[in-house]
Design a protein around this ligand. Sequence first.
Ligand SMILES: Cc1cc2nc3c(=O)[nH]c(=O)nc-3n(C[C@H](O)[C@H](O)[C@H](O)COP(=O)(O)OP(=O)(O)OC[C@H]3O[C@@H](n4cnc5c(N)ncnc54)[C@H](O)[C@@H]3O)c2cc1C
Length: 438
Amino acid sequence: MNKHVHVIGGGLSGCEAALQLSEMGWKVSLYEMRPIVQTPAHQSDSLAELVCSNSLKSFRHDTGAGLLKAELELLGCRLLEIAKEHSVPAGQALAVDRELFANAVQERILKDDNIRLIREEITEIPDGTCIVASGPLTSDRLMANLAQLLGENQLFFFDAIAPIIDADSIDFTKVYAKTRYDKGEADYLNCAFSKDEYLDFVQALLEGEKHEAREFENEFFKELNFSFYENCIPIEELAKRGIDTLRHGVMRPMGLEAPGSDDKPFAVIQLRAENKDKTAYNLVGCQTMLRYPEQRRIFRLIPGLENADFLRFGSIHRNSYLNAPTIFNPDLSLKANHEVFIAGQLAGVEGYMESIATGLLVAQIISGKLKELPKETILGQVWRRLTETPQKGRFSPVNANFGILPAGDTRMRDKKQKRLLLAERSLDCLRAQLGQIT
Ligand SMILES: Cc1cc2nc3c(=O)[nH]c(=O)nc-3n(C[C@H](O)[C@H](O)[C@H](O)COP(=O)(O)OP(=O)(O)OC[C@H]3O[C@@H](n4cnc5c(N)ncnc54)[C@H](O)[C@@H]3O)c2cc1C
């Protein structure tokens, strides 16, 4: 058997994949284009550079990020080990000294006899087994090659993400299920605004503090102003167009009166279920550039969401990723070429740990070490999301959050306890699969 793999991209997912495959006896050619070709966000030549925050998020098992880490530990994640060796104090989160972390990953790769690091921009997918791990800032020429292979409409170049909240935190005495004009199933939840509530909400959006765009992002936001991207305009930008813009657009109340009531709402925000179990809801049309604390404050002004618990905040940023569920086989290889696998942010996940996790996943799938993951695990659900067609709308990147896990048997009131039980269930199932429970 030819045990050689090309890994394109020496970032988080590519390095994890390379180390995993090397350990399993594979020869790896790892291609990194920096410093010959730079990305707009990376600052150094190092492998595994963290482009922004130095935090890999929480360790706590009652958070999605914490549970993902616990699962990755069981699965033998190498970059997580290195991150822990180079952590800096950050309470219950894992934050690292970014330079020490990147240097340590690079050193591990350079010392590894099975891995050959090649500083070169790959512009065409090579023949043979290959992992494309070139990230959200994949070079233009490689994207063009992927477009040829997969079709232009399978590539996305930006993310417009609305916040996702925990269903348990919704006030169901105020929010009601209904579709517009009662056409079809009542799939949406509706948050109805009075005139005063609407005016306060719009004012808060206008005054809210926004994320400062970096220079390369400004170029990208200029692009967003073309009408083609109208659906991705941040809600606070739409609010600037006039006091009535939102209630004539995304917050249109027509046909959304509460069942059994003659009162006509002044405006409505709809919530769309994120999963079959309806444990998480997306705030439709609320993609935003507001800072996270501002999102918490302002979206809690929505009637019924006063105590909303945010599983994911909204964002809009440059992000190349693929239309994963349409183009992947169940093993994360491409339908268009079974020898090509995609890992990292390009595969349709979001976040440092999620990128590392898919590097591990793809490597263990290729080597035959992993064929499936329990559906109770957060990584198993991330995997499922990448390969199963979404219920509604355009595929958007997946992160580790409790909303993607199948609901537990009990409807416990204490959310932390409930999540800890789900986490325990996940880890038990994973240990059982790995033969660590007899
Ligand atoms: C500006 C920005 C900020 C982000 N901030 C955060 C954050 O704070 N927290 C968080 O959790 N996530 C963040 N992310 C999202 C994501 O977690 C990171 O981008 C993460 O590094 C993705 O890992 P990756 O392995 O997919 O890609 P990367 O780590 O970016 O690695 C891809 C590598 O491939 C190389 N490459 C690209 N094209 C080619 C080519 N053609 N040939 C050879 N090499 C190539 C690149 O130079 C790069 O080194 C951010 C993303 C961006 C764009």
